[in-house]
Design a protein around this ligand. Structure first.
Ligand code: PLP
Length: 399
């Protein structure tokens, strides 16, 4: 019999969204008259921007004409999009060299696939609670993970530990807590990485929700980060591409490691080699749609959508402020991370909200052990539902 990767035994069953769906189904069967408001899954609700749709249609038409048809494209993405992404970074004050941007089918794939570049003997530092993909992809490889606990004492922003780590996952704005690292905190992480000879894997999937100019949207805004960090970003939440699929990863050209045989390996060259071997690029049509996001008109349209979600976040934040329930997020992030009242565990609070208000959120336990006792609500609903959810939550929880 063939053998399998038995590290899969070490991954927790991803039951959370199945369990949520089962509980919601049961509730709806028992209360067919009640409208359930879903604020659990982090998917967007607003459609693609007009400029993006026009670009997708135009590119689709090009594909039907011999002269403008596109077959296989460059694995790392077309220059027309890579250049727009570099300009977007320039608008944040970050200068990227040619060849540092790689276009992908979304941040999840790249965050997972980047594990290919690193040895299994690395000590991996992962904040808890956090987006579960970092944990599961490293568990699949049997790597040693050390968790850095986020809690109210550190504002859910773990700082460098007193022990050694080799690979550091940071997510800012964080999913699920909505907490955002400031410049001084990220500088401390960059200094730690350089001192320890570590690499930071920085997930900036929610950077476009940051409006406060004092907060960094890219790790590369921090001095020295280009020597020790890779950044992942996504158009999923920025521009409603959850179903369209496009993201990008920045791998600086200057990060090099000496192999055991004395040869030098360059991370940018390794990622290029990895992508050209295992990936055949994002569809031309999608890349044209993504390019349209970065035009002045596209940016204006997506910013209006982000403002719409941010207003939802504010409505949620105001509700919990009024109720006196502590929370993080909701300002530079689409997520509200609240403390379950009365010491409830996160599934008990899920049931309370579902049965008492027909509102669905995500139990914090789904994001790591440190998420127990907390709960995530998202701002990605429509306005009407957000307002209604808030009224129902207030009626249920007001003392
Ligand atoms: N990173 C974080 C922190 C996320 O929350 C998500 C999606 O929810 C992703 C990455 C994945 O994004 P994409 O849709 O680009 O794969």
């Amino acid at each position: 019999m063939f053998s399998v990767n038995e590290h899969y035994l070490d991954i927790k069953q991803s039951y959370i969204f199945t369990e949520i769906a089962a509980r919601v189904r049961k509730f709806s069967e028992e209360h067919p008259d009640k409208k359930v408001i879903r604020m659990g899954i982090g998917d967007v609700t607003l459609p693609l921007a007009k400029t993006v749709v026009e670009a997708l249609v135009k590119a689709s038409q090009e594909m039907g004409v011999k002269e403008t048809f596109h077959g296989y494209g460059p694995e790392q993405g077309y220059d027309f999009l890579r250049e727009r992404i570099s300009e977007y970074y320039a608008s944040m004050g970050v200068t990227l060299q040619d060849g540092e941007v790689f276009v992908s089918d979304g941040a999840k794939s790249d965050v997972a696939n980047i594990t290919d570049l690193f040895g299994n003997d690395n000590v991996v530092l992962i904040c808890d609670p956090v987006y579960p993909v970092y944990v599961d992809t490293n568990r699949m490889l049997g790597r040693t993970i050390k968790f850095l606990q986020g809690d109210e004492s550190n504002g859910f922003l773990p700082m460098p530990p007193s022990f050694h780590g080799d690979i550091i996952y940071l997510c800012s704005p964080n999913n699920p807590t909505g907490a955002v690292y400031d410049r001084a905190q990220l500088k401390a992480w960059v200094d730690y990485a350089k001192a320890e000879g570590a690499i930071i894997l920085f997930d900036a999937a929610y950077e476009s929700f940051i409006e406060d100019p004092s907060l960094p949207r890219s790790i590369f805004e921090i001095d020295g980060a280009k020597d020790c960090a890779i950044e992942f970003c996504s158009l999923s939440k920025t521009a409603g591409f959850t179903g369209t699929r496009c993201g990008y990863t920045v791998v600086p050209k200057g990060i090099e490691v000496t192999a055991k045989n004395g040869k030098t390996l360059n991370l940018n060259a390794m990622w290029m080699r990895r992508q050209t071997t295992k990936f055949n690029g994002v569809p031309y049509i999608i890349q044209r749609g993504a390019e349209a996001v970065f035009t002045p008109e596209g940016l204006k349209e997506i910013r209006e959508n982000i403002q719409y979600y941010k207003q939802n976040a504010k409505i949620l934040a105001d509700c919990f402020t009024e109720l006196g329930i502590p929370f993080t997020g909701g300002i530079n992030s689409p997520y509200i991370w609240l403390k379950c009242p009365d010491g409830m565990d996160s599934w008990a609070f899920f049931d309370l909200l579902l049965n008492g208000a027909a509102v669905v959120g995500t139990p914090g336990a789904g994001f790591g052990d440190a998420g127990e006792g907390y709960f995530r609500l998202t701002a990605f609903s429509d306005r009407e539902n957000t307002l209604e959810a808030v009224e129902r939550i207030k009626a249920l929880l007001k003392k």
